[in-house]
Ligand binder design. Structure first.
Ligand SMILES: [Zn+2]
Length: 266
């Protein structure tokens, strides 16, 4: 007499395995229903501010796996390695960030300036304003991917309030920059959203709510107050959020939206 279980038990186990797999797979209909997204997909471009940060390589790994081209707005002071002492830990970390910046470029993402210091630019005097813009331009010159080069103002200050503070956008133009704003924001810098999927909710609600939106969405890979740290919560969850965003949106390169403003060199 055989000691093997009957064949139907094997079949039952196989069915259970595959059914279980399907339950854990992403249900895009449910995602679209949750956020009231239409069947027709939106167009979305990911952008990351305040880097280069410690988590930028992790974000690059995710983007590579997902075949997404993003835009990175770099803070000049994060890659200004000359300011550190030879042999210091800070210098070693700065060199790591510089290597990551090279990787961003190599992997075909767009690169722009987020100024040298993360100041409120509308509050600077003319010399300070020029100084922070020009310093970032010199440091990032070899990495810019567009003509004119991309610039995104810290806090959007000088962009959203350009009627009140026209000198900021004028100074950018004078240094050969073109500003890149955003249509949607993840608010991932705000600790109150760094729980569960609240950051994903922010994006999905802006994209699918009302008449719906297409465009550039603002995330962060760096922390501007910190020399090296990155937006850890964003980096840890992005791999889970991207497939859900993809249920309602196609990821497009920046050139999809900005062909008229910029000549893309890659
Ligand atoms: Zn910023």
């Amino acid at each position: 007499m055989t000691t093997h279980p009957p064949l139907f038990l094997y079949i039952f186990a196989l069915i259970a395995f595959f059914t279980g797999t399907q339950v854990s797979a992403l249900d895009c209909n449910a995602v679209r229903a949750k956020y009231h997204c239409p069947a027709q997909k939106h167009k979305l471009h990911l952008s990351f501010d305040d880097g280069v940060g410690s988590v930028t390589p992790k974000i690059l790994d995710i983007l590579k796996r997902e075949k997404i081209k993003a835009t990175f707005l770099i803070l000049g002071n994060k890659i200004d390695c000359k300011k550190y002492k030879a042999g210091s830990k800070s210098l070693a970390l700065c060199k790591q960030r510089l290597n990551t910046l090279k990787r961003i470029k190599r992997e075909g993402h767009d690169i722009g300036s987020h100024s040298y210091e993360h100041y409120h630019h509308s509050k600077l005097n003319p010399a300070q304003l020029r100084n922070t813009i020009v310093r970032s331009k010199i440091l990032l010159a070899a990495y810019f991917t567009t003509e004119p080069a991309i610039f995104r103002l810290p806090y959007g200050d000088g962009w959203f309030n350009q009627k009140k503070a026209p000198q900021v956008m004028k100074a950018l133009k004078k240094e050969g920059f073109e500003h890149l704003g955003w249509e949607m924001t993840a608010y991932d810098w705000n600790e109150k959203y760094q729980h569960g999927d609240l950051i994903l909710d922010n994006v999905m609600k802006q994209m699918c709510g009302g008449k719906g939106r297409n465009g550039v969405v603002l995330f962060h890979d760096g922390v501007f107050e910190n020399e090296h740290e990155g937006r850890i919560f964003t980096a840890n969850n992005l791999a889970r959020w991207i497939p859900q965003m993809r249920c309602a949106a196609d990821f497009v390169p920046l050139s999809y939206f900005k062909k008229r403003q910029f000549h893309f060199k890659h």
